[in-house]
Design a binder for this molecule. Structure first.
Ligand code: F6R
Length: 248
């Protein structure tokens, strides 16, 4: 499994932003859209900061970029502070020239009865755009990618899932207490993620060292969904020294 270790998360984040910029420029030159799979959480914030800088200072345009976010809490109204919708506008979309029509984020405000159709449509839209050029990922301490918690099938698609207790504990601070953290989410599946032409999983901080060791060196198992990535020939792990510290 290709693993790149950088001295700090800022340096690592800049190389990931550079990779995204390169893909956008290459595809734009060919007159094609770039289809990006995006993640939320603390991990990609410096990547988004750097993309905003590239837009402001180096003329990187997002006019031909189409995005699909990995996940959203359920239930969750799109204007709630903790929603991944608000997160994405706050850290990226409000600051660049992306067309809001090109932004796709799972809808946490759907009626229960409409979720299955929405999820199928999400998959269809990604396919209709020609598939994801690049999917960026963080990793949860349960080993989740997107919100594919332990037990997720390798061929799973976009669907409603239950969040693991550890995941809800880790989100408790943001919600002012674990009791306020939604118990469910809508997430792209492992199968959805795998179809991306390129996958970059990022992790910083010693808190991630143990799960990174399991993801990279552990036995492939549904118990740690990130281990499925060992099957992929187009994935790269981008780590800081702290997240890489348990690797042998
Ligand atoms: C977020 C997502 C999650 C996070 C993971 C790590 O869209 O899909 O898998 O990437 O929970 O979160 P942070 O980066 O906050 O440690």
């Amino acid at each position: 499994l290709p693993v790149k270790v950088y001295p700090d998360m800022l340096t690592a984040s800049k190389t990931v932003a550079q990779r995204i910029a390169t893909i956008i420029k290459q595809k734009t030159q060919k007159g094609e859209n770039t289809i990006l799979g995006l993640a939320t959480g603390v991990t990609p914030i410096a990547v988004y900061n750097e993309l905003v800088r590239l837009y402001r200072e180096e003329g990187l345009s997002f006019k031909n970029v189409v995005t699909f976010n990995l996940d959203e809490y359920y239930p969750m109204s799109p204007d709630t502070l903790q929603s991944y919708n608000v997160f994405m506008y706050k850290h990226l979309f409000s600051h660049v020239d992306i067309d809001p029509e090109n932004v796709h984020i799972p809808d946490g405000a759907l009626k229960q009865d409409d979720i299955t159709a929405f999820c199928l449509d999400y998959e269809k839209k990604i396919t209709a755009y020609g598939g994801l050029d690049l999917q960026i990922l963080g990793i949860g301490r349960t080993g989740h990618i997107g919100f594919n918690e332990p037990g997720s099938a390798p061929n799973s698609g976009t669907r409603l899932v239950s969040l693991d207790e550890l995941t809800r504990s880790d989100a408790a601070y943001d919600f002012g207490g674990k009791a306020n953290v939604p118990v469910k989410a809508i997430t792209m599946g492992i199968g959805t993620i795998f179809k991306a032409r390129e996958i970059i999983l990022m992790a910083w901080n010693a808190k991630k060292a143990e799960i990174i060791k399991k993801a990279v060196e552990g036995e492939i198992s549904a118990d740690i969904p990130a281990t499925y990535l060992q099957h992929s020939d187009h994935v790269e792990f981008v780590l800081d020294t702290d997240a890489a510290s348990a690797l042998t």
